[in-house]
Write a protein that binds this ligand. Structure first.
Ligand code: NAD
Length: 480
């Protein structure tokens, strides 16, 4: 079987059910792996990553000219950090947790056992194509599962590298990769996996959830949406401009938690825009050679997304919006410079669809409740950002809006915090990832009660039902 499965790291659709069955057999026969087996597996993965840093950088550069150092910061470091955190904490997470005994359960003991779900499927997007596949894989392996991996077809060099990684590090009965596009996803989604971990758009998330419903497979959906930024009079403008621009040019704005639009008091727009221009000059074009030529700025992943983004910008300008920062394009390279837009009317794509690129529209507001209403009219975002130090206003903003995560006075960094759950809410996602939460997503929390032999409090309630039992029940219901 291993030879057949080794071939399955190609696009062969027919091998998908076979690979699934092989993992199922392996998982069922072996049973849950021990702590030391999981640590060994994670160490193998970790050392492959450490020894292939250059290949990872090259794959990402080939896919969308991602600068090597940006690959280190956003693809390699996060997964190495995740493995390290898991290795340190796994023994504690795996340990069954004892729970207190309520009076009605006297004589028994109870615990929660974290068992692996079994054969799992991980489907990844293209925007952080290495870490968004390897990160969930670390959680799946930590929780003792096997995994079938489906990288994105839009970043083929990274997909190929991930296939090689799986071949070199794992037995295919443990981890196997299927490269390809929608037809591969569809073939995989037809199978009764024990858990599906999907990262991608809300539209495809719905397709995944529908397919999972057929088998009542549990899902983690890491989706996207429009993540707002709220500034107020207490914002340090230069600091906010610098951080917001970073959130927009990192990975060319192709980040699920990139600031999508900014809500700003009217009188702050001008100084903010000036500070944004200064910040771009300082960080992306210090020598004045043009952002395009610096090698510090990735490209839009493909023509389709380039056309989508430049089309949205043209639509905005035609509808009366003003480009106040950037707006330079180069069709030959899928290059769009970091761009800021003001005065955009409400009914255009930039203010309704997830931007997922280096464009930031700024909208003005008067009272904080207007900003809250505006945010609440849209689906719940993946992240919400507040810049300022007005605690009451911040608390109001946080308590009156719902989002997957929140950062105040920065952007994106909650993703990198090992102790925080990461994920969305409703339209921006279901379930959480990273660290302990990733481990839990891939585990079944099995409530386990250990009763004594020849004893049970419940025996007192067995029929025949008597007046004595009636009195006892009345007392219990009164005092419990
Ligand atoms: P996508 O939904 O188009 O694709 C994601 C994966 O699903 C790919 O592997 C793709 O091959 C597969 N797929 C595409 N169409 C499918 C279909 N009809 N049936 C089954 N599978 C299908 O997303 P994308 O363009 O790769 O990524 C961008 C989206 O992902 C954005 O919305 C972004 O916000 C979101 N995202 C979310 C997170 C997060 O952690 N929450 C991280 C990164 C990206």
């Amino acid at each position: 079987m291993a030879t057949v499965l080794e071939q399955s790291n190609t696009n062969t659709l027919e091998l998908i059910p076979q690979a699934f069955e092989a993992q199922k057999d392996y998982f069922t026969t072996r049973g849950p792996s021990s702590f030391s087996e999981r640590i060994q597996t994670l160490k193998k993965l970790e050392s492959w990553i450490v020894n292939h840093k250059e290949q990872i950088r090259e794959a990402l550069f080939s896919d969308f000219k991602k600068p090597h150092l940006e690959t280190d910061i956003t693809e390699i470091l996060p997964v190495l950090q995740e493995v390290k955190h898991v290795k340190k904490s796994l023994r504690k997470w795996m340990r069954p947790s004892r729970v207190p005994t309520p009076i009605t359960m006297l004589g028994s003991k109870a615990e929660v056992i974290y068992e692996p779900k079994g054969v799992t499927l991980i489907i990844a997007p293209w925007n952080y194509p290495f870490q968004l596949l390897v990160g969930p894989l670390i959680s799946a392996l930590a929780a003792g599962n096997t995994a079938v991996l489906k990288p994105s077809e839009m970043t083929p060099a990274t997909a190929r590298l991930i296939s090689n990684m799986a071949r070199e590090v794992f037995d295919p009965q443990e981890v196997v990769v299927f490269e390809g596009a929608v037809e591969v996803s569809e073939a995989l989604l037809a199978l009764p996996f024990d858990h599906i971990f999907f990262t991608g758009s809300p539209a495809v998330g719905k397709i995944v959830m529908r397919a999972a419903a057929e088998h009542l497979t549990s899902v983690t959906l890491e989706l996207g949406g429009k993540s707002p930024v709220v500034l107020d009079e207490t914002t340090l403008v230069k600091d906010a401009a610098e951080k917001l621009m970073w959130g927009k040019y990192l990975n060319n704005g192709q980040t699920c938690i990139a600031p999508d639009y900014a809500l700003v008091p009217e009188k702050m727009v001008e100084p903010l825009v000036t500070a944004m221009q200064d910040s771009l000059k300082k960080h992306l074009d210090p020598e004045g050679e043009g952002i395009k030529n610096t090698g510090n700025y990735a490209r839009i992943v493909n023509d389709r997304h380039y056309q989508r983004l430049t089309g949205a910008l043209q639509e905005a300008v035609a509808a009366g919006a003003k480009v106040v920062v950037g707006g330079e394009t180069d069709d030959q390279e899928n290059y769009l410079s970091p761009t800021v837009v003001v005065d955009a009317p409400e009914d255009i794509s930039l203010l309704n669809d997830e931007i997922f690129g280096p464009i930031l529209p700024i909208r003005t507001y008067k009272e904080i409740d207007d900003a809250i209403d505006y945010i609440n009219k849209k689906p719940k975002p993946l992240a919400l950002y507040y810049f300022g130090k007005e605690n009451q206003r911040k608390r109001r903003l946080l308590s009156r809006t719902s989002s997957g995560g929140v950062v105040s006075n920065d952007v994106i960094l909650h993703f990198a915090h090992a102790e925080l759950p990461f994920g969305g809410v409703n339209n921006s996602g279901i379930g959480k990832a990273h660290g302990k939460w990733g481990f839990m997503a891939f585990s079944n929390e099995k409530g386990t009660l250990h009763q004594n032999r020849n004893f049970s409090m419940a025996k007192m309630t067995y029929p025949p039902y008597s007046n004595r039992l009636r009195k006892m029940m009345d007392t219990m219901m009164k005092y419990l």
